[in-house]
Design a protein around this ligand. Structure first.
Ligand code: GDG
Length: 502
């Protein structure tokens, strides 16, 4: 933290994300804030503590303004959103335009100019707030698809900052991204950053290709030369590359080893009637997660007698999500109908085929479920990373259990000993579930041990250290270097798609 001027407190490290990592507790009088720990807080908390950083984000309540406040070593700076902005910027452009577009059109994206206008306005508000509180030369880390215009807005206001952006969701191929009426603005927004991080090398490559085709700029390895607004000279060089996110492996491992978690895992199995095989799915209720495909495959395995309800039980935890958006309401209806049908056909007084929960659980209860489950089903149709897959592995302290993992989740690139599936191929998915259920113990151990070893080094601490270390290096090089006047390639007429860079 740096204090200068009369009352202007500024910060050397600033995180900007759509949501602040807190929930408001209105049951107390006056209302209080309680921390809502998530992956991102875990990742940036150590940096926050060592630098006393600030976090800029929406507090979760529409049409309300809150003063900045401190909570657990963090300075939180709320950005207000009106009810209309919540509909247009958040539920609209972020979650009904960008989300389906970036997840390969699993459902149709809606394009509305009023939503885009709201997205621009809200991004400007976030950028303004961050520019006010960032110390000279501060490191600012912008997160996710809701805030893609912030990097360029920030650079315009504060060229002294080191600006990083991380995209938590996939970045689609050009042929899909090209649909977006505002594709050039989005790319220019992101290019304001010194470093643009993606989950997979393929996402970074998709982004660089979109830049080459849409903006007619050349790329060299990860580097993209960005011109000043007048096009006269080079503003900076942005780098786009992969930084696969991870989890706090040690923390989950120790939670799974605690006696409370072990006892609770046993109790869960008992309460479920001690099935031979307990299969588990844990997802936000989202159409990207392939919940319908997984339930369909399980239902067919019961129908054709490959698995009996006495042998295997599926527990599906589907946390409520984005319930005001039509596609999400439809998905919930579909899932509940499918679960009802399977249970109607296959459950007995002693064995329920599918246990379905549409609510969220505390973290230690989640760990107990992971510890109780023999087979974990992660069948996403498209997923930036999928932390659930990594959390399951981290909790398998006995090196046992099988992870069935979609090849369309980023996690498949790190968890290479999982049983990988194409969730669209229901026959293949059924075969993989059977393979997991019947896998010999020695093979289960070999696979799980290898995945656990990798997660112990590639954890979330390393992820944030890699990203921030790279960002600092790039920003230091920029500050040390004179602007390269000749480095900006001239614009060329529209050319067909090409992919000259790696
Ligand atoms: C986005 C990207 C990327 C779920 N239910 C409960 C609960 N959870 C926790 C899980 C996990 C997290 O929520 C979900 O993370 P995922 O990665 O699986 O998926 P998204 O929410 O879609 O996240 C994704 C991620 O960003 C990070 O970059 O991996 O691809 O889509 O941590 O455990 N936690 C608790 N109770 C629940 O009921 N406590």
């Amino acid at each position: 933290m740096t204090t200068h001027g009369s009352d202007a407190t500024t910060f050397d490290f600033v995180v900007i994300a759509n949501r602040l990592p807190v929930d408001r507790d209105d049951s107390t009088s006056p209302s209080t804030w309680k921390a809502s720990p998530g992956g991102l807080v875990t990742a940036v908390a150590p940096v926050m503590r060592s630098t006393r950083g600030a976090w800029v984000g929406w507090a979760g309540a529409a049409d309300q303004e809150f003063e900045p406040f401190d909570l657990e070593d963090m300075h939180l700076v709320p950005v207000p959103l009106s009810g209309q902005e919540l509909e247009r910027y958040y539920e609209g452009f972020s979650n009904a335009t960008l989300w389906p577009l970036y997840h390969d059109l699993i459902v149709h994206p809606a394009y509305h100019r009023t939503w885009w206008d709201s997205y621009v306005e809200v991004n400007e508000r976030f950028a303004r707030r961050a520019a006010e509180i960032a110390a000279p030369g501060a490191v600012v880390w912008v997160h996710d698809y809701q805030l893609q215009l912030v990097p360029a807005l920030l650079r315009e206001a504060r060229p002294d900052l080191a600006i990083g952006f991380f995209n938590h969701i996939p970045f689609p191929g050009w042929e899909i991204f090209a649909q977006l009426p505002w594709r050039a603005q989005i790319l220019e927004g992101l290019l304001g950053a010194d470093l643009i991080g993606f989950q997979r090398p393929a996402d970074a490559a998709n982004f660089r290709r979109a830049v080459r085709i849409t903006l007619k700029r050349s790329t060299k390895d990860t580097a993209i030369s960005v011109p000043t607004a007048d096009g006269e000279r080079e503003s900076h060089v942005a780098h786009a590359r992969a930084f696969p996110i991870s989890i706090d492996t040690a923390q989950l491992d120790s939670l799974a080893r605690s006696q409370e978690t072990i006892d609770r895992a046993r109790e869960i199995r008992r309460e479920l009637g001690d099935p031979e095989v307990l299969m588990l799915g844990v997802d936000r209720m989202d159409y990207t997660k392939g919940i319908r495909h997984r339930i369909k495959a399980f239902g067919e395995l019961l129908n054709d007698g490959s698995i009996s309800p006495g042998e295997a039980t599926l527990v599906q935890i589907a946390t409520p999500s984005r319930e005001r958006i039509e596609h999400y309401r439809q998905l919930r209806d579909d899932v509940e109908q499918a679960v009802g049908r399977i249970n109607g056909e296959h459950s007995t007084l002693h064995h329920q085929a599918v246990h379905y929960f549409h609510h969220s659980y505390p973290r230690d209860e989640m760990a107990a479920y992971y510890l109780a489950a023999d087979v974990m089903l992660v069948t996403a149709l498209r997923d930036g990373m999928n932390l659930v897959a990594k959390e399951y592995v981290a909790c398998r302290t006995e090196d046992d259990g099988v992870l069935v993992l979609s090849e369309f989740a980023g996690a498949a690139e790190q968890l290479t000993q999982a049983v990988t599936v194409n969730p669209y191929d229901i026959t293949g998915l059924k075969a993989s579930i059977l393979q997991a259920v019947r896998m010999p113990q020695q093979e289960r151990r070999r696979r799980m041990r290898a995945m656990r070893r990798r997660l112990h080094t590639e954890d979330v601490g390393r992820w944030s250290a890699d990203f921030l270390g790279t960002l600092r290096g790039i920003a230091a090089a920029r500050r040390g270097a004179a602007p390269a006047v000749t480095a900006v390639p001239t614009r060329t007429p529209d050319t067909p798609p090409r992919d000259s860079a790696p």
